[in-house]
Design a binder for this molecule. Structure first.
Ligand code: SAH
Length: 389
């Protein structure tokens, strides 16, 4: 087998890469002569070889580290071993017991740059982060799936998500995923549509934060804004909430919520679903003097890029102010952000200007979305939970 091509680092990144940082940008690499998207290369500097990487010569994110062994042979056994290790980590995770929706491969943090695989019952849903990741992983998927099964997860169906969110985008690599998959998350049950649902069908990453809300819900009136199919709402109801109100702008999301209440055997009378824009809903509730003991706000990403950050921070501030105006004077308030460009420090700074708040706890994505210390950029989800008053 011939050794991979050499690609020269033009910045002193050896130590960072060796510590586990997996991303190299265009400004830190020599021009990518003759390289194609998804090619395997060995990064080198003046001291010699540094690591084996995946090339993306037309993207600002030019290379992603595959292995710290330079000239590593990336064959079927390598792919299977990575996937098996990732799958086995989930199999032995006590926080995933009783949860049949799990992320099995979380990209860089599982040593599989640009690859996401979520598992719903016996269906695996695959997402590639960009064209180079697709070019690299697509032909290797049979080995990925093989490794995931060896790691303890049965896979009857494999669905590759398309770019668009309609039923005609995407393709089945194995089997034919059923139109409705019912997963359990502790004793909540959720209906998942892997073809047309948001993300891969469900927001798996909020699992532990939903559990937090459940522990705080007994006897409370709960408002869940940006509810999607009711992840936080169901857990609040199971935790003994007096009444739950869910708000989302998308009617199909709230239809999904009704289905999930039924699947979880929760009485629909305890629950109010409102199709509305979040800001309109807050304004209307304020006018009517409506308040809740516990308010959860989990908006879509406001900052898709670093450039969008200032606008995003001001949107989070507006949202937090509006949400706090409907929290009972001694209630609780949870604010989530899924943008990697908005840090926990940013959110705390916003909160600092908003009156008497006490940080009760701060959370992130669940343990099936691992974060490696050398790559804090991977910690995209923040969840801050405050006592008010
Ligand atoms: N908390 C959810 C995930 C929220 S995803 C869970 O745990 O599953 C964000 C949701 O916000 C989506 O369902 C989207 O339809 C909704 N949304 C987007 N813009 C909105 C707006 N302006 N007002 C209300 N909901 C909105």
């Amino acid at each position: 087998m011939t050794a991979p091509r050499r690609w020269r680092l033009t910045k002193p990144l050896r130590a960072r890469i060796r510590a586990g940082h997996p991303w190299i940008y265009d400004r830190a690499l020599s021009p990518p002569k003759g390289l194609g998207a998804g090619d395997i290369v060995t990064l080198v500097d003046d001291e010699g070889p540094v690591a084996t990487a995946l090339a993306d010569p037309t993207s600002p994110l030019r290379a992603r580290v595959l292995d710290l062994v330079p000239d590593q042979v990336i064959d079927a056994a390598w792919v299977r071993a990575r996937a098996e290790a990732a799958s086995a980590r989930r199999s032995r995770d006590p926080l995933l017991v009783g949860c049949t929706g799990r992320r099995l491969v979380h990209g860089e943090a599982d040593g599989c740059p640009g690859l996401v695989v979520d598992h719903y019952e016996d269906t695996a849903v695959v997402v590639f982060d960009g064209a180079a990741a697709a070019a690299f992983w697509r032909p290797r998927l049979p080995d990925v799936i093989d490794g995931l099964e060896r790691g303890g997860h049965a896979i009857a169906h494999v669905w590759i998500r398309g770019e668009r969110r309609d039923r005609t985008a995407g393709e089945a690599l194995r089997g034919d995923p059923p139109p409705e998959i019912v997963i359990t998350e502790d004793d909540a049950r959720f209906s998942v549509d892997v073809r047309a649902g948001q993300k891969t069908g469900f927001f798996l990453d909020q699992r532990d934060n939903r559990r937090t809300i459940r522990r705080h819900a007994a006897g409370q009136t709960v408002l869940n804004v940006f509810s999607y199919t009711g992840g936080f709402s169901l857990h609040a109801a199971l935790g003994g909430a007096a009444r739950v109100t869910s708000v989302d702008i998308a009617a199909p999301a709230l239809a999904g919520l009704e289905r999930n209440l039924e699947l979880t055997c929760l009485a629909p009378e305890q629950h109010e679903a409102v199709v509305a824009d979040a800001f309109d809903f807050f304004a209307r509730s304020r006018q009517r003097g409506r308040r809740w003991d516990l308010v959860i706000v989990d908006p879509p990403s406001f900052a898709p890029s670093e450039k969008a950050r200032p606008a995003a921070l001001s949107a989070y501030r507006k949202l937090a102010v509006a949400a706090l105006s409907v929290v009972e004077p001694t209630g609780r308030f949870a604010l989530a952000s899924c943008s990697s460009h908005v840090t926990e420090a940013d959110l705390l700074e916003i909160a600092a200007g908003l009156g008497p708040l006490r940080l009760r706890l701060s959370g992130g994505a669940g343990t099936d979305h691992p974060v490696v210390p050398a790559f804090p950029e991977g910690r995209y989800l923040k969840f801050l939970f405050f006592d008010v008053g």
